[in-house]
Design a protein around this ligand. Sequence first.
Ligand code: FES
Length: 292
Amino acid sequence: MGLLERWARPFSGFGAWLAKLTNGIYRSLGFPGRLFQDLMNGSFLGHSTHGLLTDAAVGAVTALLVLDAVAVVFGADGSGFETASLVVLGFGALSAWGAVLAGLTDHKDVDPGDARNMATLHGLINIVATIGYTVAFFVRLGSGVGAARWISLVAFLLLASGAFIGGHLVYKYGVMVNHNAFSGGRRAKEFTPILPSAELPEGTPTKSAIGPTNLVLVRRGDLVYALKATCTHAGGPLAEGTLNGDTITCPWHGSVFRLSDGAVRHGPAQTREIAYRARISEGQVEVQGPID
Ligand code: FES
């Protein structure tokens, strides 16, 4: 077990409580909550919202550090310089609060274990840093420039530690990365038979495969849909999902994908599912693709 994992382990119980709380809040908000959750996960964008907001926050507070260093070392002070520092600090604090919201939304769907412990530690450190920047903003607004600079410096050190753990989360544990990134699905230029049509029941997600690629098939009368069976969010088994209209819902964290082309209808998934064209011909289910 690595050092970070050891440090994060005591936060296991708190992480479980926090994930439950965030889930409960989103559930109580109903459909608007679902849409806000999609916005925070980045399901509309096809890209992590948390990543965008952390870039904005880290960029702003790094600029603040440089401005403060220039002011202290070269005495480049003055009202214009101070106004610029205050605006950069305010923008950084606001972006950081956005990143906290998006991060809490991602955190609730990280499965228990080292990855969630690490996500909890990452979140806690960054929440403390964000509170620090918020305090620094108001202190600076009240002309306490010297004190605000010290608070911002401590917050920067915390934020940098939190960001390091965030990188660990993504690069070591693959949290919120596309779980089909390294396996785009076996290509089939021509329609290829994969299953006798008699073995595909009506309206029931059914597991099949083309070569090494596991698929989930859904039959609706003469129409057949075929998606890769690995959920893009965290690798959940879509063949065990539930059907609802023209969509399938992942059994692990509830991502919803459109059957016809794998588009994300609801998160936490951000990346669309790999989809194939499918048909029934001469008593066989055939697939071709994947669809680009
Ligand atoms: S694995 Fe998380 S929603 Fe599918």
